[in-house]
Design a binder for this molecule. Structure first.
Ligand code: SF4
Length: 64
């Protein structure tokens, strides 16, 4: 969560030319405007039933 708020979201906001405060500060300022880029959090703690989730690891640099 720290990485999303203080690296990924500001970097993507800059990349997408969003009008958010993190574009200027490079860290989250919990904005509420229409250009806010981080709006949904998904946390998976466990696969239920067993085997429903597959994790694929890719040994390449694919972005942020
Ligand atoms: S909430 Fe707003 S200021 Fe914070 S990272 Fe997301 S877009 Fe940037």
């Amino acid at each position: 969560m720290y990485r999303v708020k203080n690296y990924v979201a500001p970097t993507n906001s800059i990349r997408l030319d969003k009008k958010t405060p993190c574009v200027k500060t490079s860290y989250c300022e919990e904005c509420k405007g229409p250009d806010r880029i981080c709006n949904t959090w998904t946390i998976t703690e466990k696969s239920f039933p067993k085997g429903r989730i597959k994790v694929i690891l890719i040994n390449e640099d694919l972005g942020l």
